[in-house]
Write a protein that binds this ligand. Structure first.
Ligand code: ZN
Length: 460
């Protein structure tokens, strides 16, 4: 497929600053002054990175973009139970995330059972009280996937073993009946996509959310690779934009109903369980339909910043951003330039690019990250949502990431990004786990999530 380099590429050209030149901030900031000024004053954003933030200590709840329950209708097809209430944490997980059968999954260094290990450990440590506190997603349907992926690719991934082998790099899978492959490999991956889509919606409503899975940043419209069959990030962003637009429309419709003396109070924001007027019910149905529809991709116009700290370049999302001409999606990508996928063409989709060398350790890694975040505050518009692709394949010893970050370094990295979202970007954050292939990946993820939940008081 050809990738257009229209709007998104020229947007990128406006905001991009050379990855290894530390003195380009001022020039880049002035080049994009009009865009930045329209959203947040660059100077105050920059100083907020280090200064104490009076008034910001209220936490992530204050960053929510919509009222509680406002997106329930728009995400009803992706949420397995009732829309989560305040007693639930916006931690999205389904047991089907884990791929295992006949030991074939062990042929790939990917620990396809790490998600279950993380959830088990969070429960063991009392961070999560039980399954009832988690949010259960539904599988993304082929129709949902077609919002980004081509019909030809979706046909191949759902019918041809060869395509599944290309994506998973497991030649042994070619021998298996396609039905079995669909059930044990492709369907779980669609579940990850559903989880990411739902997590983005929850983040807009709660100020934060984590998909304990997802982050398939190598997949693009017509191609899967590197264990990533679907571009869950772009799919999630597009759904989030439509959901917010649909919720706003529903709220307006409900308000009109209230004007006629029918509905009261929160209007379309009322929980689905409450008594509804005919007007509200119709508005919610319309919202659900509008949110699920594949057209109107730019609806809502949410500005989204993807912070991709997986050890690998997030080439799939970058390619889709370019192909779709998405001028409202910004990407900060920090990765090991010496490993897969080395996708030069996709680099045009990166707004802030930080290329690392194999073996990069904590000090350099965290300093480069701090500098990149400072630059993001200066040169990118203030985002409405941050999607944080938090791959743990940066860990020392990871066979595919080949960086040298320690356990403590990963925990510090995640805290740094969350703090930046809360205090500088003032944007809700949706975190995805993405890659992580070392044996200790699950333990590090658990430690980091525990640290985030405690440090930012996310349970209150
Ligand atoms: Zn990776």
């Amino acid at each position: 497929m050809e990738h257009r380099t229209g709007t998104a590429a020229s947007e990128a050209a406006r905001y991009v600053s050379a990855p290894d030149v530390p003195t380009d901030n001022a020039a880049a900031a002035s080049a994009s002054a009009s865009a930045a000024a329209a959203t947040t004053p660059p100077a105050s954003a920059a100083t907020a990175a280090t200064a104490p933030t009076a008034g910001a200590a209220s936490g992530f709840g204050a960053l929510a973009r919509v009222s509680p329950g406002a997106l329930a209708a728009a995400y009803a097809d992706l949420c397995a139970g009732a829309w989560p209430g305040p007693e639930q944490l916006p931690l999205v997980y389904h047991p089907n995330y884990n791929i295992s059968f006949f030991g074939i999954e062990k042929l790939h260094p990917f620990d396809a059972g790490k998600f279950a290990k993380v959830v088990k450990a969070l429960k063991r440590d009392g961070v999560v009280l039980g399954d009832a506190q988690l949010v259960t997603p539904r599988e993304a349907t082929p129709e949902m996937l077609s919002d980004v992926h081509t019909a030809d690719y979706l046909h191949r991934i759902h019918n041809h073993n060869f395509t599944v082998v290309q994506v998973t790099e497991l030649a042994a899978l070619a021998m298996l009946p396609n039905k079995l492959l669909q059930w044990r490999v492709v369907a779980p991956m669609r579940m990850h996509v559903g989880g990411t889509m739902l997590a983005l919606g929850l983040a807009l409503e709660r100020g934060w959310a984590v998909n304990i899975g997802g982050g398939m940043h190598h997949a693009s419209a017509d191609r899967g690779m590197g264990w990533c069959p679907f571009d869950d990030i772009m799919l999630g962003v597009r759904r989030a934009r439509r959901a917010v637009a649909a919720a706003a429309e529903a709220a307006e419709a409900a308000e009109a109903g209230a004007g006629a003396g029918v509905a009261q109070g929160e209007g379309a924001s009322a929980p689905a369980a409450g008594p509804q007027s005919g007007g509200e019910a119709a508005a919610e149905a319309a919202a659900a339909e509008a949110a699920a529809a594949g057209d109107g991709a730019g609806a809502g116009g949410l500005k989204v910043l993807v912070i991709d700290l997986d050890a690998h370049q997030g080439n799939g999302v970058e390619r889709d951003k370019l192909a779709l001409g998405d001028g409202q999606l910004y990407i900060l990508d920090m990765y090991n330039a010496g490993v897969f996928p080395r996708d030069d063409e996709a680099k045009a989709g990166i707004d802030i690019r930080v290329e690392l060398k194999s073996g990069t350790e904590d000090d350099v890694y965290l300093n480069r990250l701090r500098a990149a975040l400072e630059r993001a505050a200066l040169v990118l518009p203030r985002p409405d949502l941050v999607v944080y692709n938090a791959g743990t394949d940066v860990l020392a010893g990871d066979p595919l990431g080949r960086l040298g970050v320690s356990h403590a370094g990963v925990v510090e990295r995640d805290e740094l990004v969350w703090r930046w979202c809360r205090d500088v970007a003032r944007a809700p954050i949706a975190m995805l786990l993405s890659g992580g292939y070392a044996k200790d990946s699950a333990a590090v993820i658990t430690a980091s999530l525990t640290n985030l939940i405690n440090k930012f008081d996310l349970k209150s």
